[in-house]
Design a protein around this ligand. Structure first.
Ligand code: ZN
Ligand code: ZN
Ligand code: FE
Length: 722
């Protein structure tokens, strides 16, 4: 006879862990109890087999749970007859981990389409394996009273499920049904009728706003070019690709090539948007690109909607107005989306924490984050090192996210968009405040970007300033607990450099968090400054110096002349060697486009033209001021001289950057290499440089659990403080 206390930590709340322990205890003939606490799940187990409970837990852990640690302590034997699930007790130390939202499970999917089931066509169905978690949770521990489901009282049937340890809905906090739970509405209709009407709107070419798990989406028939165009016009989003949603994998495979790895992610409970190669062209959805961003129906509402729709492909884009923050509240959605959506499909289960869809792409045999949000947030990263104090990295500006490190856990907020916009600033502050509240994080020390004008920098001007590209490199160091010297190859958009110039194509040699700039790219001119990011023809003008070139046809003559004057006088004409800008310039010089309407558009379209590696443009590296400098002029001159088509330029330019990176790394000679920065979302470059370096004997490290773009950068900033 034995009695033990077990404290289990990890993602174990809201995933059916206690019922699992209950069943295990019955199987092993144990008495005692299990309960949620804010530091994890606490178990007291007594019986002959009490010693084997730990192994049983590790072996049969429920699919959504992930155990981090089980601490065991012996206890005195007690008199008791049964094993119980006790109600939660609040502890002070809040290390219990809150699960992310979970996509609709197979069992619930069956129930909602079964005419005989009491949850037939009920779009808010959930169980311990699926449904909302973090999005409805205002405080820990994760109990119904701490969620936005607190205002709904369970009916006797639901309560019976909730209290039955053998039910799939045992202690499923958001458990509900059509009788007792939240309801869905659409333009004067309620319940099933509302869903049917919404489906009719979509099939009729209209645009609807619908409330998903972490926020609103805007949806229309992806096969209806008119509807897609209308959505673009109303959203003021001329080109940026729209994500697609399909009912199931089979349909997704009809429209695009889904690799086995992509399929695994699409069907996972995180259910992210995954980039997949186009098979069928849906006009207007992702023009000039090879991939669609694809997801599968991940809420019961989506699933039921598809069962009522004629179309099998939906555009499903974030419910925001032109680059603003995602809408999650009903009033907010109505106000902001009223000129975009023809109807609102909503329900009265409130969203507390808003979460965008996560976005991933496949490279080097793994799925990599572009955006880490729904399905992953707020799950923290576990670092190999511990921080004595709680620290915070404030992030950058365009793809902002904050990061808190507490102990060995790093909590990243989801990315909150471009902070030049007021509503994104609010979103950023709200996401940071809620993350702090939820996990009781009280940061003492802050790090910010070196750029003093960023909104994030101005929040704490006295914070430690970390150079932008150094922070990118540090984010990889943090993930891999790198030791010793390493070379950070950071290809990025633009960030302020230590010398006051704009950087973005950097080779930084790190040693114990100190770094020196060992290599870079020869700068090009940015006539007009920031505006050249959108008007990429300006970069081309800096290179050609000839306003009469055919490449400038169609551009306002005055603008071209003014820019030329700026170049000649050296006024409002900064320089930079950002690889992002180099791609923009190459895209312009081969006639791909003169202006862009979304971030990285030209670079993405140039990547889409890539077919195979080709003879690189000449790689010439000079030492300038002690820094290896990859010359860019020879490449651009050759593009201009030969007037090659976009495909040739894409093939040769990618090969040029890959060769330049490998040769520069070879000259620098540091054998551990880190690749980060937003440009590495370019799969051709990432794989090309990774493979070239690995072949040459380098050990290469990448971002794995955070994005290589600025939404992962705050991790590096915070890590710098450790
Ligand atoms: Zn379920
Ligand atoms: Zn009910
Ligand atoms: Fe960056």
């Amino acid at each position: 006879m034995l009695r033990q206390k077990l404290i289990v930590t990890g993602v174990i709340q809201g995933v059916g862990f206690r019922p699992f322990v209950y069943k295990a205890a019955r199987k092993l003939g144990l008495t005692g109890f299990v309960r949620n606490t804010s530091r994890g799940v606490e178990i007291e187990a007594q019986g002959k087999n009490a010693g084997s409970l730990q192994n049983y837990i590790y072996k049969y852990v429920p699919p959504q749970a992930s155990i981090e640690n089980i601490k065991i302590a012996p206890l005195k034997i007690k008199k008791e007859k049964e094993f119980k699930i006790l109600i939660s007790k609040k502890y002070d130390a809040q290390s219990a981990l809150l699960p992310p939202d979970l996509a609709l499970c197979k069992n619930c999917a069956k129930e909602i389409l079964d005419t005989q089931n009491r949850r037939y066509n009920y779009p808010l169905t959930n169980c311990t394996d699926c449904g909302p978690r973090v999005s409805i949770t205002a405080a820990l521990p994760y109990d119904r009273k701490n969620t936005t489901m607190n205002k709904f009282k369970m009916c006797p049937s639901c309560a019976a499920e909730y209290n039955d340890p053998l039910s799939r809905r045992f202690h499923a906090q958001p458990n509900c049904c059509p009788v007792c739970g939240p309801q869905v509405f659409f333009e004067g209709e309620k319940g099933e009728k509302a869903l049917k009407k919404a489906a009719r709107f979509i099939d009729g070419g209209k645009i609807i706003a619908l409330k998903s798990i972490g926020g609103y989406h805007l949806a229309c028939d992806a096969k209806n070019f008119k509807a897609v165009t209308l959505l673009r016009r109303r959203k003021n989003r001329p080109h940026k690709p729209f994500a697609l949603m399909f009912n199931d994998l089979k349909t997704a495979k009809k429209y695009c090539r889904v690799t086995p790895l992509a399929a695994k992610y699409l069907k996972s409970s995180a259910a992210p948007i995954v980039m997949a190669r186009k098979k069928i062209t849906l006009r207007g959805v992702a023009d000039n690109l090879n991939n669609y961003g694809v997801m599968l129906a991940y809420t019961p509402l989506h699933k039921i909607l598809f069962s009522m729709l004629k179309t099998d492909a939906l555009v499903m884009t974030s419910g925001n107005a032109a680059g603003g923050a995602l809408c999650s509240l009903d009033n907010e959605a109505r106000a902001k989306l009223k000129n975009i959506a023809d109807g609102f499909l909503f329900h009265n289960r409130e969203i507390y924490n808003k979460l965008d869809d996560s976005v991933m792409f496949e490279a080097l045999g793994k799925m990599r984050f572009i955006r880490r949000a729904r399905g992953y947030a707020p799950r923290p990263l576990t670092l190999a090192r511990r921080s004595a104090k709680t620290v915070c990295g404030l992030g950058a500006n365009k793809t902002a996210a904050a990061c808190f490190i507490d102990g060995n856990k790093a909590y990243l907020t989801q990315y909150t968009g471009n902070l030049d916009k007021e509503e994104n600033r609010k979103f950023y502050l709200d996401a940071a405040a809620k993350t702090q509240k939820l996990f009781s994080l009280k940061p003492k020390i802050f790090a910010r970007d070196l750029h003093p004008d960023y909104f994030t920098s101005q929040l704490k001007p006295s914070a430690r300033a970390v150079q932008h590209h150094a922070a990118h490199a540090l984010s990889v160091e943090a993930e891999h607990n790198l030791k010793g010297k390493y070379l950070g190859i950071i290809f990025d958009g633009m960030g302020l450099g230590d010398d006051g110039a704009v950087w973005g194509g950097e080779f930084l040699v790190f040693n114990n968090k100190k770094y020196s700039r060992a290599g870079t790219f020869e700068s090009i001119l940015l006539p007009g400054g920031d505006i050249s990011v959108k008007e990429i023809w300006r970069l081309g003008l800096g290179i050609t110096g000839n306003a009469h070139d055919n490449l400038f046809k169609g551009i306002n003559k005055n603008d071209v002349e003014t820019a030329l004057a700026q170049i000649k006088a050296g006024i409002n004409c900064p320089k930079c060697g950002s690889v992002g800008r180099l791609f923009d310039a190459a895209a312009f010089l081969c006639g791909l486009r003169q202006t862009v309407t979304y971030q990285a558009q030209a670079a993405m379209e140039l990547e889409a033209k890539f077919t195979a590696p080709a003879k690189p443009y000449p790689v010439k590296i000079e030492k300038r001021g002690g820094v290896y400098t990859v010359l860019t002029k020879p490449a651009f001159e050759e593009i201009l001289r030969r007037r090659e088509d976009a495909q040739t330029v894409s093939n040769r330019f990618h090969s040029f950057i890959i060769k330049a990176a490998a040769e520069t790394a070879g000259k620098i000679g540091v054998k551990q290499v880190v690749l980060s920065g937003g440009v590495f979302q370019n799969k051709i470059l990432l794989e090309g440089i990774y493979n070239a370096l690995t072949k040459a004997g380098f050990k290469v490290y990448l971002n794995e659990q955070v994005s290589c773009n600025d939404s992962g950068l705050a991790l590096g900033q915070a890590y710098y403080l450790l």
